[in-house]
Design a protein around this ligand. Structure first.
Ligand SMILES: Cc1cc2nc3c(=O)[nH]c(=O)nc-3n(C[C@H](O)[C@H](O)[C@H](O)COP(=O)(O)OP(=O)(O)OC[C@H]3O[C@@H](n4cnc5c(N)ncnc54)[C@H](O)[C@@H]3O)c2cc1C
Length: 463
């Protein structure tokens, strides 16, 4: 038993480090338990690029005003109207002060670059991405005297009644109880646990790529639910996009995303189209393609463009498969060549004579009499060579988590708070958004609730 710490923080991503810094600055002795080894520290936060914050007229880093009521409306839209308005308003209000606080902890900023899904007005970009942010926060932790243990996996939460005494942590062969006066859980979702996801989705998950860390397997979430914590967020729900099928199983990050879809068509392994590739502007639609590809046989699909389309989207990580004719492309992909040729021919007839000038707006250049339609940017694929990118679902994160109150305390199934057990970040995002996601909100939540949990836990521990 070790009693040298006042506050234990479980996890080593943005929410955890925000909490640790806030609690240590409030005068408590803090330990961070990060399951990953040092070189893979930082969870999914190290893959991020930006944080969404409400603000007045633009500054050097954001292009214009983003008012709290617009932010709230954006959250409502992605949540299908089902959001916790009170908590959402709190997070949005606090998001205004977040950049200044983050700067104090070592964050550096840059203006949005091209290809950033049109987020330059609403989101603030980290100079050097999430990895640089996380490194700066670890450095701040070091300076402040926060203890960090790597390869420290929390396996159990010690609790009796409404209080926690600490956690059980596994380090290599050693398993030990670590006691503290308050515990903050910031261990992310369970998106890296394909076995758990398989309980809802069956075999469809076997071909999933996990875009982020392999360490977010939800074992702490499971322990909390076992302890009687309230479950929030859609258990089946997750955010997934289509990534290049050659992406690594874990940690491919943002580089494996493919933005080619609106520039051509997408077919399944039978060579048939199955969805509208031009339904809406890409930033609004890219996240629907993970589930779409997951619903196809073998959970694979192919994005096909011609010589007019190639080069018009963000450069892909992997080179395309290339051929001089559609049939030859089908053979290279292992897709029935005659079916693929018929699919492209039907699409070309339905879009004959169409030309596309602008991809930045809905141009209404649509197919005629085709099912499913392509509603915008429908131009024939008629200029060889032809190119294909294989796709598979890439899961970003899950929605299920534990309930918290307005002081970041975890609540039980009847809504009663634990006295000294807190949560921040992805693991409590379901309190605001049951399902759905707004780009940049994950980091907002980690910052706002991390800071809150840190200062509340410090106050509790200091009592
Ligand atoms: C590719 C990609 C890009 C993204 N881009 C953005 C973006 O630009 N902006 C944005 O807002 N969001 C983005 N997100 C979502 C964002 O990553 C999350 O919302 C956010 O990072 C969550 O922070 P967190 O601290 O709660 O979790 P994480 O950063 O995932 O941290 C969880 C931590 O818990 C640790 N852990 C897990 N289990 C245990 C255990 N048993 N014991 C000890 N430690 C444990 C992990 O090792 C990790 O350090 C992106 C996600 C991905 C995958």
């Amino acid at each position: 038993m070790d009693t040298a710490y006042d506050v234990i923080v479980v996890g080593g991503g943005h929410a955890a480090l925000s909490a640790a810094i806030a609690a240590q600055r409030a005068g408590q002795r803090v330990i961070v338990l990060e399951r990953a080894p040092r070189h893979l520290r930082g969870g999914n936060s190290r893959h991020t690029r930006n944080v969404r914050c409400a603000h007045g007229p633009g500054d050097a880093y954001m292009t214009g005003e983003y008012r709290p009521d617009e932010y709230l409306e954006d959250l409502r839209q992605v949540g299908g109207g089902r959001i916790n308005g009170e908590l959402a308003r709190f997070v949005i209000r606090e998001s205004e002060a977040l950049p200044a606080w983050m700067t104090q902890q070592g964050a550096a900023w840059q203006p949005a670059l091209r290809g950033t899904l049109s987020l330059g007005r609403t989101n603030r970009f980290f100079l050097g991405g999430g990895k640089a942010l996380i490194n700066a926060y670890y450095e701040t932790c070091r300076r402040l005297g926060v203890t960090v243990w790597y390869e420290a996996s929390v396996e159990e939460i010690l609790a009796s009644g409404d209080r926690t005494d600490g956690v059980v942590v596994q380090r290599g062969e050693r398993r030990a109880a670590l006691r503290a006066r308050a515990v903050i859980i910031a261990s992310g979702g369970f998106e890296a646990n394909l076995e758990w996801l398989g309980r809802y989705w069956g075999d469809a998950v076997t071909n999933f790529a996990v875009r982020g860390t392999p360490y977010n397997d939800g074992r702490v979430l499971a322990a909390l639910l076992e302890l009687g914590a309230m479950r929030v967020g859609d258990p089946k729900g997750f955010h997934a996009i289509a990534v290049d099928a050659r992406a690594p199983k874990y940690d491919g990050g943002i580089a494996t995303r493919l933005d080619s879809i609106p520039f051509g068509i997408v077919v399944n392994r039978s060579g048939e189209r199955f969805a509208d590739e031009g339904e809406d502007l890409w930033p609004k639609r890219y996240a629907t393609w993970g589930a779409r590809v997951a619903a196809q046989p073998g959970q694979v699909a192919f994005s096909i463009v011609d010589a007019n389309g190639i080069g018009a989207f963000l450069p892909p990580l992997f080179p395309p498969v290339q051929a001089g004719a559609i049939e030859a492309l089908g053979e290279l992909l292992g897709v029935p060549a005659a079916v693929l040729a018929a699919t492209v021919a039907a699409y070309n007839r339905a879009s004959a004579g169409n030309t596309v000038v602008r991809h930045e707006e809905l141009d209404g250049v649509a197919t005629r009499g085709l099912h499913p339609p392509k509603s915008n940017w429908a131009r024939p694929l008629d200029r060889p060579p032809f190119y294909a990118f294989p796709l598979r679902p890439g899961i970003t994160f899950t929605y299920m988590g534990v309930g918290v109150d307005e002081r970041a305390r975890i609540v039980d199934r009847r809504g009663r708070p634990f006295a000294n057990l807190y949560a921040a970040g992805e693991i409590m995002s379901g309190n605001i958004l049951e399902s759905g996601y707004l780009g940049g909100f994950g980091m907002t939540l980690g910052g706002v609730f991390g800071r809150l949990a840190g200062s509340e836990a410090a106050a509790q521990a200091g009592r």
